[in-house]
Design a protein around this ligand. Structure first.
Ligand code: BTN
Length: 268
């Protein structure tokens, strides 16, 4: 069943995020649609929800499984007047806001696997994909699209077989149905609160990210396209980078790339 705009929009009356809200039954990807709308001049805060995605996208060129009726697929268009370099931490800020929204709607707070995976009971609940477009002529930021995918009411059999051991949904974890309209409203409210404080309220979001991030204190594998390195995650620095220590005692602040946490998603 598609979203009920009448249940979501009234909650957002004084918000910039969701000030224009498009609810679709099906689309290739809410983030691709947000980019199409951006090219047509859609305003900052424009948000798209879809019941179903036929080509949902995840990080690193992966697909994001997006069956009808079960997930929350949301993309928000931002047009900040900040240099592109100032936006590098937005995914981490968004992760905190998404945890806030889920907690407000469902009473449970997921953890974050650095940087963009939402995790509940050790399994993947969802993810965040932030994409940025530059003005070709000036090199300045044209717009950003923040895409959020959350597994809401999947049963085990609604996940493809290969994902079943490592994926969960809110209703599977909670043991009862979740109101997707309420969840959408709480997410948009939390994103609006977050964006109103970006970047001056960094201290609050950094401290919360440090509490939410489950990667720290665990053995990790850092992947490059060709290989991987084992390390131990020791902290999150003031730029939301993951601090790691290698077996030879050297340390590094990691800002990008794929990081597996031992004990999760099949890494033993
Ligand atoms: C990841 O886990 O790698 C990120 C997944 C992000 C999925 C969301 S669903 C809404 C938006 N539209 C997309 O195609 N992707 C994002």
């Amino acid at each position: 069943m598609a979203y009920c705009t009448e249940k979501i929009a009234p909650a957002l009356q004084s918000c910039r995020i969701g000030s224009r809200l498009l609810c679709l039954d099906s689309v290739d990807s809410t983030s691709t649609e947000a980019k199409r709308q951006a090219a047509l001049g859609a305003p900052e805060g424009f948000a798209i929800l879809s019941d179903h995605q036929t080509a949902g996208r995840g990080r690193a060129g992966r697909s994001f499984h997006s069956p009808a009726g079960h997930g929350l697929y949301l993309s928000v268009l931002l047009r900040p007047s900040l240099p592109p370099a100032d936006m590098v931490n937005l995914t981490a800020w968004t992760a905190v806001a998404v945890c806030d929204g889920i907690q407000a709607a469902c009473g449970v707070r997921p953890r974050v696997k650095w940087t963009n995976d939402l995790v509940l009971n050790g399994k993947k609940l969802g993810g965040i994909l932030t994409e940025l477009a530059l003005d070709q002529a000036t090199g300045e930021l044209d717009y950003l699209v923040v895409g959020i995918g959350i597994n809401v009411s999947h049963g085990q059999s609604d996940f493809p077989e290969d994902l079943r051991p490592m994926a969960t949904s809110l209703s599977l974890a909670l043991g009862h149905p979740v109101d997707r309209d309420e969840l959408a409203a709480q997410l948009l409210l939390a994103l609006d609160r977050m964006y109103a404080q970006f970047p001056s309220g960094k201290e609050v979001y950094l401290n919360q990210y440090r509490q939410d991030c489950l990667t720290v204190g665990n053995p990790v594998k850092l992947f490059t396209p060709a290989s991987f390195r084992e390390a131990f995650a020791t902290g999150i620095d003031d730029e939301f980078r993951l601090l790691v220590e290698y077996p030879d005692g050297t340390t590094e602040a990691v800002s990008t790339g794929e990081v597996s946490v031992r004990g999760m998603y099949g890494y033993v």
